[in-house]
Design a protein. Structure first.
Length: 428
């Protein structure tokens, strides 16, 4: 049985432009580690979320040998290792190098690429985006200019179904029915139409143009929507750059139709599962690598797609469900997410993951997705309609609706067990 994950409906929303940054980006990576309350943290970029089984096994080994034993999925389909020993940086680097997970140390923080996880698996996309992914990652790692991108800059490669096109990436390429592609910047309303063969190269040129615009402005803008110039100006600059490189293109209104993320259950010859709160224990990860054939694809929606499995669909699904992965399309976990919270984050006011788990049984099948946060930063929150559940300074939580076209409605929650009443107060 299949069902779309409701938390996957991450629609684009307008973002403030020209936000001043007073410092350079300090986003963690696999070489630039971050000191957290639960130990050192490493963020490992996995372009397109694609891991060979051997690479997945290497990440599992790193988590068990060097960290807290878990792999933590991010909202960009990357992996975080937490609880690392402070002196393990060299060992981690060697392990990642051996597995082919760090092809260019100078670019390891900028390889942020999401791609339609079911591309080539379920037959729904306009075209297979794997060639784009391979070409873009290679071009990115070969570009000296791209080294200056922030660790938050994001590329999205959409196979035409509209799943990752709604993630608010800085450079989005979307396949179209006429064997061409739309290249869009940030959340701007316009796009450039170019041939599918030029999509990956055009994406890199757009990113390099952004870097040059940031350097010319003398600011520390990390994302396209933060740049002080208007989006139309940046798109025009990209157009000039494409023309200079001999890439034919035209200006178009951007396609804004979006779709849900991967379905849950058997898909094509593979499987798609959801990971509660994005946390993969060593047991769950080992079971995934044992079931998978060839590769695993991590999704931006706390999920894992296995394009092919070692047996018929029923047995692997049962095995994965037995270790706590979500294979039921009716599970409330598909509508619940949370930041790391206490004890991992010093800024968090609450153990939000425990509270979200305790309140899981009160989440109804028609409720808006809930995202629990330990503070107002709301790290990792999804895009799209949702209810934010934010830990309050004096204790308890503050609920607020985030629904496109509607003013926020709020309610206080002093006890997670009373969540249904609080939800009713702001949604009825």
């Amino acid at each position: 049985m299949l069902a779309a994950m409701s938390t996957a409906a991450r629609r684009s929303s307008p973002q403030a432009t020209g936000v001043p940054r007073v410092r350079a980006d300090a986003c963690p990576g696999s070489l630039r580690l971050h000191a957290a309350d639960d130990g050192t943290l490493a963020r490992i970029r996995v372009p397109g979320g694609v891991l060979t089984v051997r690479q997945a096994e290497a990440l599992g080994e790193a988590a068990e040998r060097l960290g807290d034993g878990e792999l933590h999925l991010t909202s960009r389909g990357n992996v975080q290792l937490r609880g690392l020993r402070g002196e393990c940086g060299g060992e981690l680097t060697q392990l990642l190098d051996t597995a082919g997970l760090s092809p260019s140390p100078a670019h390891e923080r900028v390889r942020n690429i999401v791609a339609s996880p079911l591309s080539g698996v379920d037959g729904r996309g306009v075209r297979e985006v794997r060639p784009w992914l391979t070409d873009l990652d290679a071009a990115l790692c070969a570009s000296e200019t791209a080294q200056a991108l922030s660790g938050r800059f994001l590329f999205a490669l959409d196979d035409g179904r509209g799943d990752v096109a709604g993630l608010g990436a800085d450079v989005t390429v979307r396949a179209t029915e006429d064997d061409s592609a739309q290249l869009a910047l940030g959340t701007g309303p316009e796009a450039l139409r170019l041939s599918a063969e030029d999509a990956a190269r055009g994406s890199l040129l757009a990113a390099e143009t952004f870097v040059e615009a940031v350097q010319a402005s003398g600011t520390h803008a990390w994302r396209v929507d933060e740049l002080s110039c208007q989006r139309g100006e940046l798109l025009q600059m990209v157009s000039h750059r494409l023309r200079a490189e001999g890439i034919a293109h035209g200006r178009r209104t951007r396609d804004t139709a979006h779709a849900d993320g991967p379905l849950i259950g058997a898909v094509g010859n593979g499987l798609s599962v959801h990971v509660p709160l994005g946390r993969l224990s060593a047991l769950r990860w080992r079971e995934l690598t044992r079931v998978a054939v060839g590769e695993l694809r991590l999704t931006p929606w706390s999920g894992v797609v296995l394009p092919a499995t070692r047996a018929d669909a029923d047995e692997p699904l049962a095995r994965l469900a037995a270790v706590g992965l979500v294979t039921d399309p009716g599970s409330p976990w598909l509508r619940v997410g949370a930041c790391i919270g206490r004890p991992g984050c010093a800024k968090s006011r609450a153990d939000v993951q425990s509270d979200a788990t305790a309140a899981l049984g009160t989440v109804g099948p028609n409720d808006l997705p809930l995202y629990w946060s330990g503070c107002e930063r709301r790290c990792g929150r999804p895009r799209g309609d949702r209810i934010d559940v934010v830990a309050a300074p004096a204790g308890g939580y503050r609920l607020s609706t985030a629904v496109r076209g509607q003013h926020p409605r709020t309610a206080d929650l002093d006890d997670p067990s009373r969540l249904p009443a609080a939800l009713a107060a702001i949604t009825s």
